[in-house]
Design a protein around this ligand. Structure first.
Ligand SMILES: Cc1ncc(COP(=O)(O)O)c(C=O)c1O
Length: 508
């Protein structure tokens, strides 16, 4: 067996090395890690697909597919008739200085540069940096729910029933565009859920079904603010909201966040916000819960400044101890809050169904705009979802995943703490709030969290540096570590590796 085959075979045999991925993807991941760690060096020749397949005891087509993926992303180059060679990633990154730092994306960056020539000024601004992480089924990717636990068979049954009814002409209207703010029984089911679980003050008329939070935010930005208006955003904060506001040409004003959520200072009050975007139940990404005093203060500021508060309640379903927190909207007596939620986390991201609760005075305008600007559809999925909620399956599913995620969170925390032991003398702390899909490992102010993110990526771990979520110069350093889409075996295996990587940086 060649040394390369042996190296890849060893990686593939590790417990916890992407056990749920298909063979071809596992091989690709193993090669990628080896290239990043320079165990396979630039210019080195890989075994032929036939030899590697024989050495690893897998199909040749599987190897070919993995090689093709590596070649497409710039990790290897194929020379006709000569074989496959490891690419020179250093040269690659040097040639694209000034762009995103990930070498294999250079092809895409070059493409972006070409496109920019034809884009509008706004288009160029929006696409200048691709901030959104692409979903990579990699350990510790923050924010990803475990959608392998989604009850597929049950969903299939509910969806089939809707299709049968459409086929027998009972509900052929479901094939039309969605009108009047979305499928009525779904709006009803969401209304009841929000009243009961989130203490939202809501009538069914106020609920609009959208294509997820991004679309809810975009509607708000379009209908409530004009180009040049100011939007207050949490700092650090959610890049997705920032991108929407930028695309609508709003001026971003970062407001610092502390342990009680958005902390408004005199300098902030000197500006005039039209929109204020907040995540009060579980600040993204720090995890802070907004205190009652801050909630009242924020509502008061919104009235005084004649601003709208956009409350993004993106993962409030995941609270592992105590009662669920009430939404900020429930405290609002002046119709200043637009409340938004999503099924991306509780069910699966690609469902792209969210909801927006608007104050009574905005209902007609928002319904008209939703229909005219979006021509929304997917009533079939909305109908299945309505049944899923009203028959009690949503609550049962939430109960189950809450338990699973709570246990995974605790396991990750324990693994990291045990590995750190007393060696780091309290210089590293782990966020203690009992909610959400990720925790924050807070590092000393001089730690280079971006370098740590890169090192972790080289070991096949996809954590995110806290400093990259800031608009102003970062005041804190840390790592966001997701635990929902990780088996317990992966959490212990990769948790130990991550802790070692952190130790090596913090001890220096
Ligand atoms: C803070 C925050 N809000 C909302 C969302 C979900 O948005 P959507 O419903 O568009 O999928 C995310 C997803 O990662 C998020 O992190």
């Amino acid at each position: 067996m060649s040394p390369t085959s042996e190296l890849l075979a060893q990686t593939l045999a590790q417990t916890g090395f992407h056990p749920r991925l298909p063979q071809q993807r596992r091989l690709y991941e193993a090669a990628k890690v080896a290239i990043h760690q320079q165990q396979l060096t630039a210019g080195g020749k890989l075994p032929s697909s036939r030899d590697l397949a024989a050495d690893l005891g897998i199909a040749r087509n599987t190897v070919i597919a993995a090689f093709e993926q590596l070649a497409a992303e710039g990790y290897v180059t194929s020379r006709l008739g000569s074989g496959t060679y490891v690419a020179d990633l250093q040269a690659h990154s040097a040639s694209m200085r000034g762009g995103p730092s990930h070498a294999p994306q250079s092809g895409r960056t070059a493409q972006r540069a070409q496109l920019a020539v034809r884009l509008s000024k706004r288009g160029q601004e929006v696409t200048r940096v691709a901030a959104g992480p692409k979903f990579e089924i990699q350990p510790f990717a923050p924010g990803d729910p475990d959608f392998s636990s989604f009850p597929l068979k049950l969903w299939h049954r509910l969806q089939n029933r809707v299709w049968r009814e459409v086929g027998s002409d009972l509900r052929s209207d479901l094939l039309d565009y969605g009108q009047a703010g979305g499928y009525a029984p779904l709006r009803q089911a969401i209304t009841e859920y929000l009243r009961l679980s989130r203490s939202v003050k809501v009538s069914v008329e106020q609920v609009l079904i959208t294509g997820g939070t991004q679309q809810s935010l975009d509607l708000c930005a379009q209908l409530l603010a004009d180009a040049g208006d100011t939007a207050w955003i949490e700092d650090p904060g959610y890049w997705g909201a920032r991108r929407v506001f930028q695309a609508r040409e709003l001026k971003l004003h970062p407001v610092a966040v502390d342990g009680e959520g958005m902390a408004i200072k005199a300098a902030d009050l000197a500006t005039k916000p039209r929109l204020i975007y907040v995540t009060p139940s579980h600040q993204y990404p720090t995890g802070a819960v907004m205190s009652l005093a801050r909630r009242r203060e924020l509502l008061d500021v919104a009235v005084r400044k004649d601003a709208w508060i956009l409350e993004d309640d993106y993962d409030s379903e995941f609270r592992y101890t105590g009662r669920p927190l009430a939404a900020l909207q429930g405290l609002d007596n002046d119709d200043r809050v637009l409340y938004m939620g999503t099924f991306s986390k509780a069910l699966y991201p690609g469902i792209k169904i969210g909801y927006l609760v608007v104050p009574p005075g905005l209902i007609d305008g928002f319904k008209t705009a939703l229909y005219d600007l979006q021509r929304p559809g997917q009533l079939m999925v909305q109908a299945a979802l309505a049944d899923f909620i009203s028959l009690g399956h949503f609550t049962a599913h939430l109960r189950k995943i809450r338990q699973t995620y709570g246990a995974r969170r605790e396991l990750l925390r324990r693994t990291l703490v045990n590995q750190f032991g007393s060696r780091l003398d309290g210089r590293v702390t782990i966020s203690s709030e009992e909610s959400g899909l990720h925790l924050v490992v807070q590092l000393p102010g001089n730690a280079d969290d971006v370098a740590l993110e890169r090192k972790a990526a080289e070991a096949g771990i996809q954590v995110k540096a806290l400093s990259t979520y800031y608009l102003s110069p970062p005041t804190r350093r840390g790592l966001l570590v997701g635990y929902a889409y990780c088996t317990p075996e992966q959490i212990t295996h990769y948790g130990r590796i991550l802790a070692t990587i952190i130790q090596s940086e913090v001890r220096r």
